[in-house]
Design a protein around this ligand. Structure first.
Ligand code: LMR
Length: 396
């Protein structure tokens, strides 16, 4: 039997993680996988999470099952964090999931359960695992134009033209903020135009929000999700706690089904619970409990928000420094978009061969499509990266 198993192409992000680990060079720089690193290159546990973990260790007296949908206090706190007051709670069904990826996977399952013939439209480019999961589930998927590599900007006309070609009932996967991999995001006016297209064509948005608080701020980064979810009849939302709470390995996320027709909540909740039960039964609790403790304790929450804001503004500073250094070294505005992008990632817009040269000659690791993790940089590595990029692109 096992000899009949297929082989799978390596995930580009995870494969690069491995190559980086095996690289013996001590001055190598990892700008691959999307993980925040402080100025020393370490990925710290956030202070509030550590404090909550200590409290939990003291008070937790059982490891018995919690609930199929996850702890209600986690679901409530996360729905509030993402949706604020934009949508009444009797319209939102939700389940805790293992990470944002668990939410994405079950969100696709939910869409297919409702519409076995569904096509999911994904931005070109998108996070590679979106397409990989859709293909694995044998869900039809099609790209919509999103990015102009030459200018580092959103190809908005192309996006709307492609979405106008979608069929009623199709699902459109959107990045709530901090687009992965491009770093290029829609303006408020563009979000409104997307909503108009969704409504005119009868399309269902599915929003992946994995970086709330990493772009323009916690509230600002949720504005688009809130606008969409309050404007259209039905929205699927997959949210991750991996990055903004720094609980990567705990696998903490949430899947929401929002229906303006409140009569659908019970049906939606039943289907979400069913998906959890069929996939792994009860969702993991530890990370979710830490997150809900942080969100519901005023002191912990204030400390978390302060640390997250420090991370966010630190990334913005790194963006400005890198854009300025590249402007100086290349004597051009070619890389100015890095300063305008938001979130963990930007695509440098260099060729795969130049990406290879960055790795081979300079020990700098970015993904093959030239996505770099800005949160992997620091004040010391910015000038090194800028010099290397300027060198490999000389003559372009
Ligand atoms: C990334 O895009 O680097 C992260 O979301 C980590 C992952 O699982 O790919």
């Amino acid at each position: 039997m096992f000899s009949d198993l297929p082989t799978h192409p390596a995930d580009k992000i995870l494969a690069l993680m491995q190559i980086f680990r095996e690289d013996p060079r001590t001055d190598k720089i990892d700008l691959g996988v999307g993980v925040y690193k402080d100025a020393t290159g370490h990925t710290p546990i956030m202070r509030a999470i550590k404090a909550a973990e200590k409290q939990l260790w003291e008070v937790e007296d059982t490891k018995t099952y919690v609930a199929l949908a996850g702890a209600p206090e986690f679901n409530d706190a996360m729905v509030a964090l993402v949706l604020g007051d934009a949508v009444a709670r009797d319209k939102v069904a939700s389940i805790a999931t293992p990470g944002g990826t668990g939410a994405v996977r079950l969100g696709f399952d939910l869409a297919r359960m409702a519409n076995p013939d569904v096509t999911v439209w994904v931005s070109n480019p998108t996070w590679g695992n979106h397409v990989s999961i859709l293909n694995y589930l044998q869900i039809k998927n099609r790209p919509y134009r999103y990015f102009e590599p030459a200018t580092g900007t959103v190809d908005f006309d192309g996006m709307i033209a492609d979405l106008n070609g979608a069929a009623p009932g199709d699902v459109v996967l959107l990045h709530g903020c901090c687009h992965n991999p491009t770093g290029a995001n829609l303006t408020a006016d563009q979000w409104q135009a997307v909503i108009d297209t969704l409504l005119a064509k009868g399309l269902i948005p599915m929003i992946d929000i994995a970086y709330q608080g990493f772009g323009d701020g916690l509230e600002e980064d949720a504005a688009a999700v809130r606008l969409v979810a309050s404007s259209v009849p039905e929205t699927i939302i997959a949210a991750s706690c991996s990055k903004n709470f720094g609980v990567y390995r705990e696998r903490t996320g949430i899947l929401m089904a929002v229906a303006q027709d409140g009569g659908l909540k019970t049906l939606n909740q039943g289907n979400l619970n069913f998906l959890n039960r069929q996939t792994y039964s009860f969702p993991p609790d530890h990370g979710a409990r830490l997150v809900s403790m942080v969100l519901t304790d005023p002191a912990l929450r204030a400390d978390w928000e302060a640390e997250l804001e420090q991370v966010r503004t630190g990334m913005l500073d790194l963006r400005q420094q890198l854009a300025a250094e590249l402007q100086r070294l290349t004597n051009s505005d070619r890389f100015d978009f890095i300063g305008r992008h938001r979130g963990m990632f930007s695509m440098l817009g260099i060729t795969p061969a130049q990406v290879d040269t960055l790795r081979n000659d300079h020990g700098i690791y970015v993904i093959g499509d030239s996505r770099m993790n800005v949160a992997g940089l620091n004040a010391q590595t910015v000038p090194i990266l800028a010099a290397a990029v300027a060198k490999v692109t000389t003559g372009d």
